[in-house]
Design a protein. Sequence first.
Length: 56
Amino acid sequence: MSVPCKDCTKRVLGCHSNCKDYAEYRKGIDKANGNKSWHREYGEYRATVRKNIYGK
């Protein structure tokens, strides 16, 4: 995924709030971060359950 801001001729201070290309890019980043968060939380849950069952 490439950043739409690189070499953008319309780039100005604060343009991210109005840029449709950046909004689409940000959705992808947020989705990827959400997936990472979910996997980390699930791993922590499994470790807790394993510890409670096996005492390790």
